[in-house]
Design a protein around this ligand. Structure first.
Ligand SMILES: [Zn+2]
Length: 95
């Protein structure tokens, strides 16, 4: 995603302090992306790349479609086999 896209959407990237520690980051479009402040400097860009794939999925599916697909996918596939997570891992190159 280009810098212009960040500016246009005023994408918020902030520290994550309000979810169980099993989560490194969360993307809640259209509000923003939160990344735990314990994520190391060297891992931060990779985690952000992964979350930006989720942001792109939201642009593709729309707000309802994004949350509906994510929730139902979670129920059916769990986390690691979730098609939206598989895409995020493949496109970001980050596990
Ligand atoms: Zn993910």
């Amino acid at each position: 995603m280009s810098k212009e896209a960040f500016d246009r959407e005023k994408l918020t990237v902030g520290p994550l302090r309000w979810l169980p520690s099993a989560y490194r980051a969360i993307t809640l479009p259209p509000f923003g992306i939160w990344i735990r402040d314990t994520v190391s400097e060297e891992d931060f860009c990779g985690v952000l790349k992964h979350e930006l794939v989720h942001w792109d999925q939201w642009r593709r599916y729309g707000t309802f479609g994004y949350y509906w697909r994510y929730f139902t996918g979670w129920v059916v596939y769990g986390y690691y086999d979730h098609p939206m997570e598989i895409e995020a891992y493949e496109r970001s190159g980050v596990r």
